[in-house]
Design a protein around this ligand. Structure first.
Ligand SMILES: C[S@@+](CC[C@H](N)C(=O)[O-])C[C@H]1O[C@@H](n2cnc3c(N)ncnc32)[C@H](O)[C@@H]1O
Ligand code: SF4
Length: 257
């Protein structure tokens, strides 16, 4: 694959590289946009080394950033710390990031990861802003586990010049007043906080209305919120009903059906 990319042009291309350490995941989040491609494969450190060497020897590719995750939960790969070490050895100085759901962040696992001295940023994914909305997406009990993981990470990484900690939050429409106090406390300690609108209607299970008729990103966002967050005020009426019903405070705008 890399050979054909290189053959595409003789110009030097800046590349943001996304690599899958695994296709396995310990959760099945409702909104996950990679869930349908999850499987049972772990990346082998030697394969990673070979791929990175191909890239570094290419005269037309300049890797700017490496993202060591896409599908699945990176810490499901028992060799994840080795993958970090390979990345550091083959591409020293290149900015590295990865995301984790935080549920597997035991102190032992973290010490393993932090022992690889390499500048990187770790994002812990926390959705919505409180236990209810996070667990609706990620499964019961996951908010508490992710909070524990984030706290452990922040404690262990404190003062460590090699590691930055971020929170990556899918915005589920929760107002700040509804945020969990522990989450707010931990947010004060992170180096980065990214909050995003859910990108695509997630898992197969969802009985979402057909999104093709939606006219704006805002409408899509509202639709996602309706499915995931019962506190969100708008409720779409059943397909046979007269349109959208709204048991909402006056500030809410309901999409028309
Ligand atoms: C696919 S996950 C893989 C890493 C890890 N399992 C996790 O949950 O952080 C990578 C990132 O994508 C985000 N993500 C998943 N589904 C999304 C969606 N529909 N919209 C926006 N971000 C999403 C997750 O919150 C996570 O931060
Ligand atoms: S968002 Fe992350 S934790 Fe959730 S199912 Fe997708 S890969 Fe797994």
């Amino acid at each position: 694959m890399f050979d054909s990319v290189a053959a595409y042009s003789q110009d030097v291309r800046p590349v943001w590289l996304w690599l899958d350490p695994t296709t396995r995941c310990n959760l099945a989040c409702r909104l996950c946009y990679t869930k349908q491609s999850h499987g049972k494969l772990d990346m082998d450190p030697d394969d990673l080394r070979r791929s990175l060497r191909k890239l570094t020897s290419s005269p037309t590719i300049e890797v700017k950033t490496i993202h060591l995750n896409w599908r699945g939960e990176p810490l499901m790969n028992p060799h994840f710390a080795e993958l970090l070490a390979v990345t550091r050895d083959e591409m020293p100085g290149i900015q590295l990031q990865w995301h984790t759901n935080g549920t597997m962040l035991t102190e032992k696992r973290f010490r393993e990861v932090l022992a690889v001295r390499h500048r990187h940023k770790i994002f812990v994914s926390i959705d919505g802003g409180n236990r209810l909305s996070h667990d609706l997406n990620r499964g019961e009990g996951s908010f508490d586990r992710s909070m524990r993981g984030l706290r452990t990470l922040l404690d262990l990484a404190e003062g460590d010049p090699w590691v930055k900690v971020g929170v990556y939050q899918i915005d589920l429409g929760e107002p700040l007043e509804a945020y969990d106090p522990t989450f707010l406390e931990l947010l004060e300690r992170v180096d980065d906080h990214v909050k995003v609108t859910p990108l695509l209607p997630g898992g197969l299970h969802q009985a979402l209305p057909d999104p093709s008729g939606l006219e704006s990103e805002e409408e899509l966002h509202r639709m996602m919120n309706q499915d995931v967050n019962p506190r969100f005020p708008c409720r779409r009426a059943p397909a046979s009903g007269p349109g959208t019903s709204c048991a909402s405070p006056p500030t809410a705008t309901c999409p028309s059906a």
